[in-house]
Design a protein around this ligand. Structure first.
Ligand code: G6Q
Length: 550
C-alpha cells in the first residue's frame, strides 16, 4: 500500500530547492545556452521509433532536470507507475483500477486483475470488432434495402467522441474510400440534424458510444437518429443499422439494441482513455483492423518505453517534469499545443480534455487541499493557421506560454513544396520564440530614422525570446506513430498528477454538470414553478427563456 500520511509535496525540501534553483536561473537566456553548448540538441532530445522529442528549447540545464527527477522520486513516481501497470485501484475515489494500458497489450501478454487475466477478454472484443468491421468494410454487411453501408455516425460525447474523432481525422489517409465517418456529440439538435441531412438511412450505420449509456446528450441524439431511421425503415431493421459500445448491457438492451450488437469494455477504462477500447469501433470501421492494431502497437511501444526507461531518458516523464517546471515554479498558467498537421487539428481538444479533466483538481487523492497550482489551461490550434492568429501574443505578449510543436517529417498527400513550407514554418516559430530579436538585430533591419521615430519603433520591433517549447517530430502520421503520440500525452498527464498528489482518473466536475442541467430542464417549461433556490441571474434567464421561446 502507498503512504497516505505524507504532507503535500510542496512541503518537501526538494520543492524548496527547485524554487531556489528557479530564482537563481530565471534570467538565464536559452539563446546563450545554445551558444555555450553546441551539443545541446543532442543532449536534450530523445527518439523512440518514428517519434523524436526535442526538448532543448527549454529554460533548463542538466541540474534543473536532476532536481526535477529528485522531485519525481520524492513523489514515488516509480511506485505509482508500477501500481498503475499492475492494476492497483489507484482511482481511489471511484475504487477502480486504471488499465487503459492493458487495452494495448499483445495477445501473448497477461495481466492479472483480482486473479483473472484481462488480456483474453480484451482480445476477444477486438476479434469481435474485427469480424464486424471486416463485414461492413467488405460490403457483406447489408442495410435494410440490401445495399452496403456507406456512412458511419458515431454518437458519443467527451471521451466517447474526442479520442475517436482525433484518430479518425489524423488517419484520414488510411480510411476506407467508400465509407464516410461522422461524429455527432453535441446535444444541440443542429449537430445531428445537419449530419443526417447528408445521409441515406438505407446505407447508414449508427455507433452509439457511451460507457455509461446514461449520458443525456448521447441518448437524445440516439433517439433522434432512431426516429429519423424509422421514418423509412421498420423496427426489425434496427439490428442492421444500430450498434452500441458500452459497459452497461442492461441500458443497451433497454434502448432496443440486442447485446449481440454491443461491444463492451470495462470500468477500469476511463472515458478520456477509451479510444483504445471498443470506443474505437468507428475508427476501426474506417481504417480497418490491421491499422487499428498498429495504432494499439504504437501505444504499447510507448507504454514499454514509459514503464521501462530510466526517468532521465523517459519521454513522457521528461515532458511532465518540464511542464511542472513552468507550471509550478514559473507560475505559467497555460500550455499550448500546436500540431503542424491538418489531420491533427483536433488533437489540442483531445489533450485539453485529457489534461484538464485529469489534473484540474484542487484536492489531493486523499481529499487533502492542495495549496499550489495544479493542471494548466491547455489550448492550441493547428499551425500554420495559428501563426496568423494568436502567435503575436507568444512573441511579444507579457506571458510565459510553454508550447508543444507537433510536426510530421513526411506528408501523405504529396504537394512536397507545401509540406516543406509547413515544416519550415514550424521550425522557424520555435526558433524565433527561443531566440527573440535583439536591439542590434532590429537596428540592422531599420533604415536611418530620426531619433524620436526610432525611440517609438525600436521597442515595438523587439522580441524578447526565451519562450520555451518542445518539438515532437513524427516520421509520418502513421497509426503506429499516432499511437505513440497519444499514449505519450496520457503518461505525461499521469506523471504530473502523481507529482502533485492528484487522482487523475476521476471527474466529479463533469458529473456535477450533468446534475445541474437535470435540475433546470423542467423549469424551462412555461407552466413550471421556478425553484426559489436559484439566484436572481439564473431565475431571470429561465424567465427570459420562457418569455422568448416560441
Ligand atoms: C471522460 C469523461 C467524460 C465522458 C463523457 C461521456 O473521461 O468521463 O468526458 O467520456 O461524459 O460519457 P459516456 O461515455 O458514459 O457517455
Amino acid at each position: 500500500m502507498f503512504d497516505d500520511s505524507k504532507a503535500g509535496i510542496n512541503h518537501s525540501p526538494i520543492w524548496a530547492k527547485l524554487h531556489q534553483h528557479q530564482r537563481a536561473t530565471r534570467f538565464m537566456q536559452m539563446r546563450e545556452l545554445f551558444h555555450a553548448d553546441p551539443q545541446r540538441f543532442k543532449r536534450f532530445s530523445l527518439q523512440l521509433d518514428g517519434l523524436l522529442l526535442d526538448y532543448s528549447k527549454n529554460r533548463i540545464t542538466e541540474r534543473t532536470l536532476e532536481l526535477l527527477i529528485d522531485l519525481a522520486r520524492e513523489a514515488d513516481l516509480p511506485g505509482w507507475m508500477t501500481r498503475m501497470r499492475e492494476g492497483e485501484r489507484i482511482n481511489v475515489s471511484e475504487k477502480r483500477s486504471v488499465l487503459h494500458t492493458a487495452l494495448r497489450l499483445p495477445q501473448q501478454e497477461s495481466l492479472l486483475l483480482d486473479g483473472e487475466d484481462v488480456v483474453p477478454a480484451v482480445h476477444e472484443v477486438l476479434q469481435r470488432m474485427r469480424v464486424f468491421t471486416d463485414k461492413v468494410r467488405s460490403g457483406q454487411w447489408l442495410g435494410y434495402t440490401g445495399q452496403p453501408i456507406r456512412a458511419v455516425v458515431n454518437l458519443g460525447i467527451g471521451g466517447s467522441d474526442l479520442g475517436p474523432l482525433v484518430v479518425q481525422e489524423a488517419l484520414a489517409a488510411y480510411s476506407h474510400p467508400d465509407l464516410t465517418v461522422h461524429f455527432v456529440s453535441n446535444v444541440d439538435g443542429q449537430h445531428i440534424a445537419r449530419t443526417l441531412q447528408q445521409l441515406d438511412p438505407a446505407t447508414t450505420l449508427f455507433v452509439i458510444a457511451s460507457k455509461s449509456f446514461t449520458t443525456p446528450e448521447t441518448l437524445l441524439n440516439a433517439e433522434a437518429a432512431k426516429a429519423w431511421f424509422l421514418r423509412s425503415a421498420s423496427q426489425a431493421d434496427i439490428a442492421r443499422h444500430f450498434v452500441a459500445v458500452s459497459t452497461n448491457a442492461a441500458a443497451v438492451s433497454a434502448f432496443g439494441i440486442d447485446t449481440e450488437h454491443m461491444y463492451g469494455f470495462w470500468d477500469w477504462v476511463g472515458g478520456r482513455y477509451s479510444v483504445w477500447s471498443a470506443i474505437g469501433l468507428s475508427v476501426m470501421l474506417s481504417i480497418g483492423y490491421d491499422n487499428f492494431r498498429e495504432f494499439l502497437d504504437g501505444g504499447y511501444a510507448m507504454d514499454q518505453h514509459f514503464f521501462g526507461a530510466p526517468l532521465d531518458g523517459n519521454i513522457p516523464v521528461l515532458l511532465a517534469l518540464i511542464g511542472i517546471w513552468y507550471n509550478t515554479f514559473y507560475q505559467a498558467h497555460t500550455h499550448a499545443i500546436m500540431p503542424y498537421d491538418h489531420g491533427l487539428r483536433r488533437l489540442p481538444a483531445h489533450i485539453q480534455q485529457l489534461d484538464m479533466e485529469s489534473n484540474g483538481k484542487r484536492v489531493g487523492r486523499f481529499g487533502e487541499p492542495l495549496d499550489f497550482d495544479t493542471g494548466p489551461v491547455i489550448w492550441g490550434e493547428e499551425g500554420a493557421n495559428s501563426q496568423h492568429a494568436f502567435f503575436q501574443l507568444l512573441h511579444q505578449g507579457t506571458r510565459l506560454v510553454p508550447c508543444d510543436f507537433i510536426v510530421p517529417m513526411n506528408s501523405h498527400y504529396g504537394l512536397e513544396q507545401q509540406h516543406r513550407v509547413l515544416v519550415a514554418n514550424c521550425f522557424a516559430q520555435s526558433e524565433a520564440l527561443m531566440r527573440g530579436k535583439s536591439e542590434a538585430e532590429v537596428m540592422a533591419e531599420l533604415p536611418d530614422l530620426p531619433g524620436e521615430e526610432l525611440d517609438m519603433l525600436l521597442p515595438q520591433k523587439l522580441f524578447p525570446g526565451n519562450q520555451p517549447s518542445n518539438t515532437i517530430a513524427l516520421e509520418k502520421v502513421t497509426p503506429y506513430n499516432l499511437g505513440m503520440l497519444m499514449a505519450m500525452y496520457e503518461h505525461k498527464v499521469f506523471v504530473q498528477g502523481v507529482i502533485w498528489g492528484i487522482n487523475s482518473f476521476d471527474q466529479w466536475g463533469v458529473e456535477y454538470g450533468k446534475q445541474l442541467a437535470r435540475r433546470i430542464l423542467p423549469e424551462l417549461d412555461a407552466a413550471a414553478v421556478s425553484s426559489a433556490e436559484h439566484d436572481s441571474s439564473t431565475l431571470g434567464l429561465i424567465r427570459h427563456f420562457r418569455k422568448t421561446h416560441g
